[in-house]
Each structure stands twice: as structure tokens, then as C-alpha cells.
Design a binder for this molecule. Sequence first.
Ligand code: PLP
Length: 443
Amino acid sequence: LLARETAAYADAHPLCRAGYDAATNLFGHVPMTWMNMWAGGFPLQLDRASGNRVTCLDGVELLDFALGDTGAMAGHAPPATVRAVARRMGELGGVTAMLPTPDAQWVGAELERRFGLPRWSFTLSATDANRWAVRLARLVTGRPKVLVFGHCYHGTVDETFAVPGPGGTTVTRPGNVAPPVPVSETTYAVPWNDLSAVEAALTHGDVAAILTEPALTNIGIVLPDEGFHKGLRELASRFGVLLMIDETHTFSAGWGGATRAWGLEPDILVIGKSIGGGIPCGAYGLRSSVADAVLARTQSGEADIVDVGGVGGTLAGNALSTAAMRATLGEVLTEEAFTRMVALGTRYAEGVQAVIDDLDLPWSVGQVGARAEYRFTRPAPHTGEDSAAAADEDLDACLHVALANRGVLMTPFHNMALMCPTTTADDVDRHLAVLREVAAALV
Ligand code: PLP
């Protein structure tokens, strides 16, 4: 099936293929490595996109359930964001003046309303926000290490690129590019859902922060056990460690992310990607006590941070990204939009479960609000390691290409489907019908 579908994919996309060949000739693969993971041998090349539809250079339109790996959770080119960005670029100009605009205050207040944390700062990406969060946690606690969960992805922050090794050790996650020091000097990596491993690591007394997603999302969805987050909160407080929640993907849980939907209590919250409606951005929020501690350290001269409201680099919080965030949060990713998107996420997850049941597939499906994902293992994985062991690149590739050939776009490296404000029930049903047809051909 994979061979047949790959041949059909190549036939349908000659211009995309030619564009890819030209690009790889130019860059020698290196700066575009994620493209090389694309099933079918080459990625689609984007011509245009609108809402939940993308059109490739060959003029083929697809229903987009990948949505830029959540970067386009607001849909492609949402009109309100386009208007705000056009106005900022054109009429108002001054995108990189290093002067704040009222949009920044509006967005900070809106993020507080949604996530409950009162002090916000902007960055260029979620990776950048995680990097800052780790630095500030070290500043506040005076401790060097961060605790992460195996296969929980937080961007290319070296300290977080770690997995549990043999005998409770921490090792670099395979594939990390040139880790600067042995990762065990900066990090404890423990299995997801394992509170006793967390406690054992915190007992060493050198951990500044626990950094986690509410659910693992980059190794398939792996949900937390009942009481896991409560346990993390309790352990963090007991050991004087900051609890940092990365909501970059799990914002799909609802209007205030999993933090609001599940009642989490972070000390620092990180978010990026989707809140800018496609314009690069990131943000982190601090509990007042953490922000005050940062200020106290800077005022004592111990650290040289100019201002908690403006940390983060020349382009961080630029007027274009804050205009985009204001329009996206204010008019696109609204509470009403999330209600519809989450209902569609449930329709999709239930539909996938019906395919699994009807065809008796050894798969499971996980859902975080507007996002759902199937994994080739049953029961659902309990740790990142379980989920990694269930990976099947050929099956992934086969599904990805066969679905693309039938007008449905999934992420190239996992089977994530995300709903955006313009996704309809008909779109979900079409996706499910295609999935059923392809899965039936596999059994
Ligand atoms: N945090 C999480 C949970 C992510 O999934 C990702 C990227 O997939 C990031 C952070 C990093 O985002 P970016 O690559 O936009 O910096």
C-alpha cells in the first residue's frame, strides 16, 4: 500500500517534487531537515492557505488537520489577524521600534484572564520562552537543574533534550544536535506519570524547576494519571521547586488551556505558536511571588535584568507579534470558538475509536480538547517510553501519504489532528471516512 500510495502522491505533485529537489540542492538538506521526514519522499509546497484548507503548488487543495503542528490553531490567515497585522505593517508601521504598544498590555491582561498568572513577558517562540523560564527559575531558586519527563518536548532547549537512562540516570535524547555538556549536569529526566521518580530526583536538593506539558503531545498524546498534576504541585511546593507548565500544544484543551480546564497551578506558564495566529511569538507568565523574587534579585545587583516586563531580546514582543496576538486572542481563539473546536475534537476522537473498534485495530486514541491523536498500541501508553516503543514509521508514512492522496493533511511525524475555528463537522466526517477506508485496506 505504501509503495502504491507513494507513486500516486508523486504523480499528483510534480511541482512540489521539483520545488523540493531545488531546495535540497540549495541547502544540502541541512537547514530543512524536518522536510526530509516527510512521508512520500518530499513535502507538499505551500501555494496558499485559508482557514482549514491548504493548496499546494500543484493546485491540489487539502483539508488541513496538521495546522502547522498547532501554529495555525486559529486557522490560516484569520481575517481579524490579517487586518491587524496589515494595519501595523502599513498604516502604523514601527514594527521593530523597541517601544511597547498598548497591544502588549492588552495581551498580558488577556493571558492573565485565561491562565490566572499576573505578570507576562514576550518572546519570539515557545523555545525562547522555555529558555527564559528555565533561566529565571535558576535565578529565583539559586539551583542549577531542571527536571523534565522523558519524551516531553519543549523546543530545542538543550537542558530539556533528555530521557531517563539506565538505573535512574539521565541521558541525552537520541538525535540531539551537539549537546554542550553531559546533560546529567543540567537535568533530571524521569518517566511521565512517575511521582516517586520525581520525588527521588528532588531529594538531591539541586532542582530549580519541574518543566512539563499538561499531557505529553509530541510522542503521541499520553495523558496524566488521576492525581499526577496534584502530586507535582505538592512535591514542587514541598521542595521549594518552581512548577513550569508548557501549554504550547495543550492550549487545545480550551480557552484557558489545560491549566484552566484541569485546574493546574503553575508558578510559570509558557505558551507560543498559536496565540499569534501564524505570526512568530511566545510568552511566559509568572506568579507574583516569582516575579517579585526576580525583581529582588535584580535590585540586589545579583542579576542584571533590566525589567521583567521587557526581557527577551531585540525582536521579542515586537509590535507586529503583539498586534497579531491581540487580534487572535480577542477575535479568533475566543471562548465560543474553543467550545466548537473541542466538540469537534470529541467527534473526531469518538470516530477514530469507532474505526479502531470496528476493524479491531491494536490502536488507541488520545484527546486533549480540540486535538486528538491515534497511536499504534492498546491500551493507551502510560509513559513517553511506552509511546516511543509503539512508533511505526512505515505505518505512519502509509497513513500520511494515503490520507494526503485523499485530500486530508496530517502532521508528517505523528498522527495528530487539530480542529480550528473554521473546521466543520463535515470536514471531520470526511476525514473519518478516509481514515476508515485506508485503515480497512491495511488489515
Ligand atoms: N513546547 C512544546 C510543548 C512544543 O510542542 C514545541 C514545539 O513543537 C515547543 C515548545 C517549541 O515551539 P517552537 O518550535 O515554536 O519554538
